[in-house]
Design a protein around this ligand. Structure first.
Ligand code: FPP
Length: 250
């Protein structure tokens, strides 16, 4: 499968909505947290697949702003799992030259989760391979608002003129900056929505909704299939198909 992938046409940035952990667990008569635990195997496989291909950026929707309203036991379970996973996996990530990052409102996280995240980021900050970003206490609307606040502050302090505000510079104020925008957005679990994920950054992303796979079952092979599917699509960015073909010939 990996041989069929065109290494010159890889998505630079893949974002994933890891959905279906709860339903996966329920299917086996287990508690929802069991599904989250098994989701880690899928995370490991996805990171390895991206590394093997040479994808530059992988951003995982690990915990949304809205997820805080889940039952406390589940929230606590996910936070504990996060701490354990970061502690267990960072040495391996470091060996593989992966750089760990985080986007979201970290101030909302329990202290131990925030601290282990900050340590993981620090330990891997000089790595030059895959950039693995965990979206934690994140929402796309939160990201846009925090960017607007920073810009407003600069206008207020006269470091920026209103006329200088444009699409190109706005991206620099988003939490993902300086990473490129999303090329491929994958969602497992059967729902066809973006759920307040990387709203600005996914403006031109190819969307791939996997109906038959809950996140804990996602493996390398699914990531490779997703990239192949991306490569079969024509990305027009508002232009005509003919314009795109002319550009390819030139
Ligand atoms: C969505 O499934 C999944 C989450 C809200 C949590 C995802 C967290 C992990 C995979 C574990 C931590 C990950 C890392 C990278 C340390 P759901 O609970 O909404 O499933 P459902 O739609 O079946 O209810």
């Amino acid at each position: 499968m990996i041989e069929s992938i065109d290494k010159n046409n890889l998505p630079r940035h893949i974002a994933v909505i890891m959905d279906g952990n709860g339903r996966w667990a329920k299917k086996q008569g287990a508690m929802r947290i069991f599904g989250h635990h098994h989701g880690i195997t899928a995370v490991r496989d996805t990171v390895k697949a991206c590394g093997e291909l040479g994808v530059g950026y992988l951003t995982l929707y690990t915990f949304s702003t809205e997820n805080w309203s889940r039952p406390k036991a589940e929230v606590d379970g996910i936070m504990n799992l996060l701490v354990k996973t970061i502690t267990d996996e960072v040495p391996e990530l470091h060996k593989s030259n992966v750089r760990l990052k985080c986007i979201g409102d970290l101030s909302q996280l329990p202290k131990n989760a925030r601290e282990s995240m900050i340590k993981g980021i620090e330990d891997t900050k000089n790595n030059t391979g895959l950039v693995l970003t965990l979206a934690l206490s994140y929402s796309g609307k939160w990201d846009i608002i925090q960017a607007v606040k920073k810009i407003a502050e600069e206008v207020k302090t006269q470091n920026l003129e209103i006329d200088q505000i444009n699409e190109a510079m706005f991206g620099n104020y988003l939490s993902t900056s300086p990473d490129p925008e999303v090329d491929l957005l994958i969602r497992t679990g059967g729902d066809h929505r973006i759920s307040n994920y990387l709203l600005w950054q996914s403006a031109y992303a190819e969307l791939l909704f996997l109906d038959d796979i809950f996140w804990p079952d996602f493996r390398k092979q699914h990531l490779f299939e997703a990239v192949l599917s991306y490569q079969h699509r024509e990305r027009r960015f508002g232009k005509t198909g003919e314009q795109i073909k002319e550009k390819q010939i030139k």
